[in-house]
Design a protein around this ligand. Structure first.
Ligand code: KIV
Length: 274
């Protein structure tokens, strides 16, 4: 953790926060040692359930995936997304649903999308003792309302709105915020305008940290990845190769191999699956 003295040194490069999404126990186990924060993102709807966007994700889905991630007992903080429709309409509902997610999962906090318009909800959830991560810029839950995924910060008016949103989220008590799908200069200006850390996704290298959807990073999702993603693995091709090899082995009688078989012969140890 950086100290005040570190920040007084002009050459100090603060540690960039490394964040990734996780929806399952095994993935959370693999990721946790490498990251500063795990997000149980509502991107689970598009990534794991094949939904067109995140607006169909329910509170129950988030609770189930939050529980799965927490079963990995990750040492880093785990934040869970509040899904579309669970917080926008009233402060009371926002607090009740944030409490539900926390009680069900034991996560460390919640994330919700919105700026000035969600200030009251963020403040009330924070006052109820639940840490809140904000999410400004492109907000995937607004995709239907906005008629698509629209990059933000393209002109002065949009930059002014982004700064107002960031200041409102900060003033409401959020401990950090995601800036998504935003022109990089605008995301940098927003980062400099506030004191809490910004976490970029399709935003700026100047943000205090970065987050990606893990399945994007691992090359699971796209023939051509979106601009803001660099694939660090080619899991889709790897899966294709492994499954076609296994299918061929089954068809040719090569699998199962002798070492895969149980036997009643006393000299052979029966290895029960754990
Ligand atoms: O749902 C999600 O995965 C997110 C991100 C910021 C990646 O909100």
């Amino acid at each position: 953790m950086a100290t005040l003295k570190d920040y007084q040194n002009d050459n100090f490069q603060p540690h960039k926060l490394v964040c990734l999404t996780a929806y399952t126990t095994p993935m959370a186990k693999s990721l946790a040692p490498h990251v500063d924060l795990l997000l149980v993102g509502d991107s689970v709807g598009t990534v794991l359930y094949g939904m067109e966007n995140t607006t169909g994700v329910t509170l129950e889905m988030m609770a189930a995936h939050g529980k799965a991630v927490m079963r990995a007992e990750p040492e880093c903080p785990v934040i869970i997304d509040m899904p579309y429709g669970s917080y926008e309409d009233s402060v009371e509902e926002a607090v009740k649903n944030a409490q539900f997610l926390m009680a069900q999962t034991g996560a460390d906090g919640v994330k919700l999308e919105g700026g000035v318009d969600m200030r009251a909800q963020i403040k009330a959830i924070v006052e109820a003792g639940i840490p809140v991560m904000g999410h400004i810029g492109l907000q995937p839950q607004s995709v239907v309302k906005e008629g698509g995924y629209k990059i933000k910060g393209k002109d002065d008016m949009q930059v002014t709105k982004l700064i107002a949103d960031a200041l409102a989220v900060e003033a409401a008590g959020a401990f950090m915020m995601v800036i998504e799908g935003t022109v990089h200069e605008a995301a940098a200006v927003v980062t400099d305008a506030i004191d809490i850390p910004t976490i970029g996704i399709g935003a700026s290298a100047h943000c205090n940290g970065q987050i990606l959807v893990t399945d994007d990073l691992l090359g699971m999702l796209h023939d051509v990845p979106p601009k803001f993603v660099t694939e660090y693995a080619t899991l889709r091709q790897d899966i294709d190769g492994a499954i076609s090899k296994w299918a061929a082995d089954v068809r040719e009688g090569v699998f199962p191999r002798i070492e895969n078989l149980y036997t009643v012969k006393p000299e052979t140890e029966i290895k029960e699956a754990a």
